[in-house]
Design a binder for this molecule. Structure first.
Ligand SMILES: [Fe+2]
Length: 341
């Protein structure tokens, strides 16, 4: 974040209030546990009272992990599956500079072990940000591809929570509104860097998607994306844009009523469409990602069919796969990977 000048701006603001801020700018894409340890060391050395995550999803996730270690000690892996008490976690303030991960709206954070090639989701009752500041001005310098990729990550969250087997009314409300915003505002935001209104709307949609997955969880698309990220460092937002329509299509028999309702909510339903209103959502989702410029298959971004066995092993062990309404036996999941690569 240093290069964009936002961190300097934030530090100045705190300093005028007489507050000390210590900058940690070593966060990389898909933060490794070693980076979390260094961030926590800085927080402990300086006896910090809170951790601010100013940046994209990886930065906010890292802020949560740093707050856990600085407050409770140990290593981040100790907190996997809530094995260690995290009740003394420092307060986290989230200031997203992308509209996508939704980490500003939930307790989740993802940390990688680059040596073991895994990405692990953590969740504690103490890692909800105490404050999230949504300022669309912070997304101004985002390159178009990143804006599209992160928005598709948010769309993936909202779809996943809406169709999840843990679906619920508050999550549905957030998901449907978030999906409506992304379909209506992303094309405008991508056009000549977009209006501030469209970027504000996307920021809200991302936060709503973040809260929705806190309520309903994510499903197959994220399980696959996470496996690919851990194994091959594949950029998660781009992979989500490619995989999402296929996972919704695969789950169609179990979610036809919900998709039909979504078509009505989005104002798409019509009596003379041949695909049915549920099919219409799937058609539109495929064409939306294509129009934005996402490739049709993972093979186009370098994924290889020869890796299917390794990917399969990872996704079948992923708890999030159980949230998905689609059926993923070993055989079905293998066939599905064959289709999307
Ligand atoms: Fe995501």
């Amino acid at each position: 974040m240093k290069s964009s000048g936002y961190s300097k701006l934030a530090i100045n603001q705190f300093e005028t209030l007489g507050k000390k801020v210590f900058l940690f700018d070593e966060v990389t894409h898909d933060t490794d546990a070693s980076i979390v340890a260094s961030g926590a060391e800085l927080a402990l050395e300086n006896d910090c009272d809170a951790v601010i995550g100013l940046g994209g999803g990886s930065v906010i996730d890292t802020a949560k992990a740093v707050a856990v270690i600085a407050g409770n000690g140990g290593k981040i892996w100790d907190y996997s599956s809530n094995k260690k008490d995290a009740s003394r976690t420092l307060p986290v303030i989230a200031v997203p500079t992308t509209a996508g991960s939704g980490s500003e709206g939930n307790r989740y954070f993802i940390i990688s072990d680059k040596e073991k090639k895994i990405k692990k989701v953590f969740a504690t009752g103490y890692t909800y940000p105490v404050l999230s500041i949504l300022d669309a001005g912070l997304t101004e310098s985002l390159p178009q591809a990143k804006l599209a990729g992160t928005a598709l990550d948010a769309l993936g969250h909202s779809f996943a929570a809406y169709v999840s087997i843990k679906e619920n009314a508050p999550g549905d409300l957030l998901s449907l509104n978030s999906i409506w915003i992304i379909f209506n505002y992303l094309p405008e935001a991508l056009k000549n860097k977009g209006s501030k209104d469209s970027r504000s709307a996307l920021m809200l949609a991302a936060a709503m998607g973040g809260i929705a997955i806190d309520l309903g969880g994510v499903g197959a698309a994220h399980a696959i994306v996470r496996a690919l990220g851990g194994l091959y460092g594949l950029e998660s937002s781009q992979a989500t844009g490619i995989i999402l329509p296929y996972t919704i299509e695969k789950a169609r028999p179990a979610i036809d009523n919900k998709l039909s309702f979504m078509a009505k909510f989005l104002g798409w339903s019509s009596k003379d469409n041949t695909a049915g209103n549920d099919g219409l959502v799937i058609e539109r989702l495929h064409s939306f990602t294509r129009d934005i410029g996402f490739p049709k298959k993972l093979g186009e971004i370098g994924e290889k069919k020869e890796n299917i066995a390794v990917i399969l092993e990872k996704i079948l062990a992923d708890e999030d796969l159980k949230n998905d309404p689609g059926s993923y036996t070993k055989k079905e999941a293998g066939k599905f990977l064959e289709e999307i690569i």
